[in-house]
Design a protein around this ligand. Sequence first.
Ligand code: DGL
Length: 288
Amino acid sequence: MVGTDTEASSPGAGDEVRAAAAAGPIGVFDSGVGGLTVLAEIRRALPAEHLLYVADSGHAPYGDRPNAAVRARAEAITGFLIERGAKAIVIACNTATGVAAAHLRALHDLPIIAMEPALKPAAACTRSGVVGVLATSGTLKSEKFEALRGRFHGAVEVLTQPCPGLVELIEAGDFADEALRCLLADLVLPLTQRGADTLVLGCTHYPLVRALIADIAGPDVTITDTGVAVARQVQNRLAAAGLLRDAPLPRGRPGSLGFWTSAPSPNAAAVLIQRIWGEGVPVEPLPC
Ligand code: DGL
């Protein structure tokens, strides 16, 4: 007998392997809590996906560390996430992207999605022709950023602003701290005074203080970041690889969440992660 209904609808071995791979989690990491801004956009775009997040706060900021040290952390954390079944990795850190994305892609045969400061949308929306980029020194010094900047050479003026000390203040978690506002004013006002009407948040920590930056920059300045675009890219890459988790919402259950931190005080780090994430999620000490 050829092609009974049952045979026609039963999945073959290849389908089962693909379904098992698609059921795996997406692994996301950053030097600390900044990548939560990317994780939130992934959650919004792909609520059925299981998500693992590593906040490497014990080694933050990456921006002031030697490239080899950041690359070693990225490699160790990616290995940890893959051991936990990650089907794709999101480097939710511009600094780690600059020094480690190519290295990780050479090591691992799975989708690795990385960051790129949102210069393209900024160049499209500036009216003054001047765009300001706030990022870590590591990102601004990277060849990847130089190449990106080169793409807009002649089209817009790109002003860059390294932000030493900013990631540390954001990791401290006191967003009402006067020292944070003063530092932001020192970083943002030189850009707007030189004519920037569009600011690029080139570090995933900075959207956590977007309201403060907007307040300092004023209502005529547009602020861009990459979270939504990266979430869309994650969706496209998983779809192309047949790795999207097939659990349609709202009837399907939302994907699970797992958080790890390398902060010296995991309990304090958990409080900050939960405050930023907006719900009580389990946070464990990172074993690597
Ligand atoms: N969130 C990281 C980034 O996007 C911060 C880097 C750092 O720790 O210096 O670059």
